[in-house]
Design a protein around this ligand. Structure first.
Ligand SMILES: [Zn+2]
Length: 312
């Protein structure tokens, strides 16, 4: 088990940005002003390694919404509630993203007319702390005969984390998977046994052996594995590019292809794989980019409309 990180300045900065720094741009959908304008909500700034939300909403029919960000084109699912169409999408910056200003383009058919919106988001730098850990020698330097297996397992996990199904099943804020406090944070520069350097690609929660692990959102189990370094592993697709992964579990209660509800226990925490003790390690990928899961549990709805949105 790792000690809690004391310097939380970067996390606080991040949360402040996510909660208070959303810039709202009103876009005039019609020159005649006969219709209420559509609204695009984009954060002005995000920190390296963070998930963030983009939302386009309109009283007029929204179709064919496409969001171009970081050389990807994402097609969010469109929901209609209370006479408002809303396309809500989660995007993210990787832990190695270069700070600087990036453009984001949103294209959509609004009331039958093609529209293009261009905005800019600043990626802000973030400090990542260091952490030294001691693990069993076979976990730090696995024997050669296991290298093939480890490679295959990592490839399976990476593939599952890139799942990008169309329909959004998640809602904000996400459900906390265990009641325990957060321990080692995302992005830490780790050294195992003073020799192997790795970045921490998820978030660790305190979870004594046997703690039920609950789904952070509804979704479909896309991978279950008994792996060498991560131990017992479950990957869940929450839809529209949001995927979560729990590792080091002592027990897995689901099978691949199974549906889980938000908050449903799908396994028990443990100490399988490369660990210093029982805990829950949670990783989250957004359109294939591994991001800090921590802001997901604090995210507020961008607009009132988003709160009413559930996938049909
Ligand atoms: Zn971890």
């Amino acid at each position: 088990m790792q000690a809690p990180i004391i310097n939380r300045q970067s996390i606080i900065t991040l949360l402040v940005l996510l909660l208070f720094d959303f810039a709202i741009f009103n876009l005039i959908a019609s020159q005649t002003a006969a219709k209420t304008p559509s609204t695009l909500v984009v954060p002005q700034a995000v920190t390296v390694g963070s998930p963030f939300l983009v939302e386009l909403s309109s009283p007029g029919r929204l179709e064919a919404v496409e969001i171009e960000w970081s050389e990807r084109v994402i097609q969010p699912s469109i929901a209609n509630a209370d006479n408002t169409y809303t396309a809500l999408v989660m995007l993210g910056t990787g832990m190695n993203a270069e700070p600087g200003v990036r453009s984001i383009q949103v294209r959509a058919r609004v009331d039958g007319r093609n529209r293009t919106y261009q905005k800019f988001i600043e990626i802000l730098p973030r400090e990542f702390s260091q952490e030294a850990l001691s693990v069993a020698p076979g976990m730090n330097k696995p024997p050669k005969k296991l290298h093939g297996r480890i490679k295959r397992e990592l490839a399976a996990m990476r593939g599952a984390l890139r799942t990008d199904s169309r329909q959004r099943m998640w809602e904000v804020p996400f459900h906390r998977p265990v009641p325990g406090i957060m321990l080692s944070r995302f992005g830490l520069r780790r050294t195992f046994n003073n020799e192997t350097k790795r970045r921490h690609t998820g978030l660790d929660f305190r979870a004594p052996e046997g703690t039920p692990i609950e789904a952070i959102a509804a979704g479909k189990v896309v991978l279950v594995g008994e792996y060498y370094l991560p131990g017992n592993t479950v990957v869940i697709d929450h839809g529209n590019g949001v995927v979560s992964m729990a590792i080091h579990m002592s027990n897995v209660m689901v099978k691949e292809g199974e549906w889980v509800e938000r908050g449903q226990a799908y396994g028990l925490s443990g100490a399988t794989g490369r660990v210093t003790g029982a805990h829950l390690h949670l990783s989250v990928a957004v359109h294939g980019v591994t991001v800090d899961p921590e802001p997901l549990f604090e995210m507020g709805h961008i607009t009132g409309a988003a709160a009413a949105l559930q996938p049909k």
